[in-house]
Design a protein. Sequence first.
Length: 268
Amino acid sequence: MKKTKLAAGLLAFVIACLPMINSAVSASAVNLHDEAFMTEEEKQIKEYCDIIINLSNNERCALGLSELATFPLLNEVTCLRATELAQVFDHVRPDGTTCFTALKDANIFYRGGGENIAAGRPEPSSAMSQWLSSPKHKANILTSNRTHIGIGYYYQEGSTFEYYWSMFLIKAEDGNGPVVFDGQYIPTRSYGDADGDHDINSADARFILRYAASRAAGVNFIPPTGFLEAADINKDGDVNAWDAASIMEYSAAKGAGTAGQLSDYIWQ
């Protein structure tokens, strides 16, 4: 994937409300509801969404905050916002309205929300790093009363930044608690992929050590959904430095082209 050399863009916006991959993709037509009918581009977009959602939940859970769920319509609307950023890189939409009218137009119920946008970063992990390095964007991600998150991605060759990212963070609650939307989910994590970025590498080991150190210090680190199963490399019912060591050894072997299976590197 072509990497732009342009300076990356970054903006954050918060409001309180009361009751593609190597080619341009029309976000208004993006289907993230039914994987059986997704194009390869749409599957890639969904993967990017899931990665950033997991990375966001990692930061929240490490501070004892609740995880954020997502649902296809929210991601589709956020993808629409990403396409709009190629026209106007701002929290104001091309039609002059605020970014939150995209949620209203889709009839998505919410009582408060924020939007993070970024540009110029081709990979989800680099877009996430850009947000986390900015106090305002990080604060948006770590706002305690949010319940849902949406991620959007758009690529337009030859545009100002080429790669565009949007993140909606909303509070959707009624009198009975958080609203449950059609198709709502929290992305899964596979064996070894402790941080949920769809790659097994040293970042997983670092996240395991962060969890183990927090637990040892009595810090309220809530394990993200699927983390304990993914991180327990030794399958001994405990997540600790031994699991991190297994991943580090596997990652080093993978870098040398001799990895084999992760289970070959279990430390007893």
